[in-house]
Structure formats: C-alpha cells, structure tokens
Design a binder for this molecule. Sequence first.
Ligand SMILES: [Mn+2]
Length: 269
Amino acid sequence: MFKTSMAISPLPANFAPLLFAGNWELGVEQAAKLGYDAVELSLLDPSKDLLGHIASALRQKGLALSAVATGQSYYTDGLSLANTDPAVHARLRERMKRLLDFLAPWQGFLIIGGVRGVLSKEPAVQAEQRKWALEAVRSYAEYAQSVGVRVAIEPINRYETNFLNTVAEALAFADEVGLDNVVVLADTFHMNIEEVSLPKALELAGKRLGYVHLVDSNRRAPGQGHINFQEVVTALRKISYASYISAEILPWPDSQTAAELAIGYFRSL
Ligand SMILES: [Mn+2]
C-alpha cells in the first residue's frame, strides 16, 4: 500500500545515510532486483549528461525516481537557502530548475532539507535569512508546479540545523510558502529526536504529508533500532498515506545488506 524507495548517491559519501554511494549504477540495479518501486537520489550539481544516463537506466529497469535530495549543495558546496547573497541564490535556482526538470517525468519530490542551512542567533539577521529562504522555496515551488513536481520540506534534528526541526514547524513554513504542491517530508530518525509523539506529528501533517523517510533510531534500516514502527504505520494508515516510504539509511553493515533489510521490513508492514 506504500510505494517503496531507497536513497542512493552518484557521489561517494562515507558517513551519509546513502546506499551504494559512488556507484549509482549498482544502486539502480540492486533496487530493481530487490523489487523496490523507486530510487531517491542525493545530488550535488549533476551534468545534464549524467541526469540523462540515470533517467535511461531507471526506464530500462522499470524504476521510478521518487525524489531528489538537495542537501549536498550545502554540505559540500556551502550553498544554502539561509544565505543572503543573491549570487548564491542564483546558483541554487539554476541547480534546482535542472533537478525539477529531471524529476518531472516521474512527478517526484524535490526535497528541501539540509540545503536550508543554519540560521544566525541574531534575530535581525535570522529574519532576513528566513525571508530569503521563503522566497527561494516559493520560486522553486512555482516552477515545480508548472512541471508537475512537489516540493517536500523536511524537518531535521537540532544537532544538524536550527532551521525547522519539527513537523509542526515545517507545516508552518509550507503554509507561509502558500502553494498546494509544497508538502512535508517526515523522517522518523529526526522525529525520534524532536517530536513528543511520532503518530501525533504524522496525524498533524495529515493530507500535507507527501513523503516519508522510514529510518530507525540509529539511522539504520527500519527494524535495526528501537522505533515503534507499528504505531508509525498505524498513523500513516489513519491519514490514508499512500506515497513513498524511502530507506534513507546508513550502509550498515554494507549497502547490499542494508538494502535487503529495508525492503524486507517494508514488506512486513
Ligand atoms: Mn531524511
């Protein structure tokens, strides 16, 4: 009843929750072999050629592209939505447009998570940063709407950012953007740190929940930590959630085993 996906990356990323990092071809092949419906890609600044190769491989394997994660632009290149330099926003807009075009044939999700960056503790500076970020997301969402793509705002835990930690904060931000194709992404790893109750937060999102990273408490495959996924799934059913559950997980003990553990757990739900 949920569509399944796993997060992979064409770039090596030793400590990131991505499988087959540095070898997207193998990731796509294994996702198909294991029976996933889709892959999610973490992308920095891919060439049109690379995107073309990935798109053909997905079509050949009968896989969908569920989402593109954009955090690498901040983690690797230091480009964030909280930046108040127009030149940084121009570069980000160009990247986002290319990624939105890539997502369009599958009507996937553009994930706005780590790319938000970090807010200053100075209230006046912070207000300015929020304004820039809001305008940026609005411009991506407007373009996304024209190509049938949704933009997913992902709350991230306090140890990684101070810019949207909870589902409620992400919902408020999405409201401020004010476009129908802006939804919330719930990542159970971050929620386990931030939320009072995982089911209540999911129910709060309700129809505006667009995408889920189903990850355990230790960032490993679901079932390898101590999150109560029964209550998570009960809440998802209650809100008639029918979109993706995606394994954005550490390659523990290795990518292949992690991909197998995750799909096995997804099937048991
Ligand atoms: Mn996530």
